[in-house]
Design a protein around this ligand. Sequence first.
Ligand code: FES
Length: 161
Amino acid sequence: MESHVPAFADADDIAMVERLIAAHGGRGALLPVLHAVQDAFGYIDEAVIPLIASGLNLTRAEVHGVVSFYHDFRSAPAGRHVVKLCRAESCQARGAAALEVAAVERLGVKMGSTRADGQVTLEPVYCLGLCATGPNALVDGAPVARLDAAGLDAIAARVAA
Ligand code: FES
């Protein structure tokens, strides 16, 4: 095996990444490839970056830069539940900042990370297109509008289950 083979991946994983790269074409396909890899694996493992760079004729730094720039990409597996809080302007005007402080405390996890027990990941999101009903969140992919303390309690109960 060559040294660039990712430690996390078996031969099937590597083959899947290579298929995803091939399916999305050449140099301009970085974002679609990254989305496809994250859809397939749940995150972009550091060890996959050299494969993508090589497959798309990019540098590792270019790939890494895009992964770290976009909030949508994860560099580690998510928790069992994923809670995304909207940080964009309309939700901020409706109290999202204070809600975020409360969510961090209530869920026991820092923003942008996964709790040590793996039960929940808390992430920012920048506008869900539901601005009139903010502050908004996405909980395991489902929108939650007008989030308040009671809503946080409900999310905490769901995460504990
Ligand atoms: S600003 Fe939060 S949904 Fe648009």
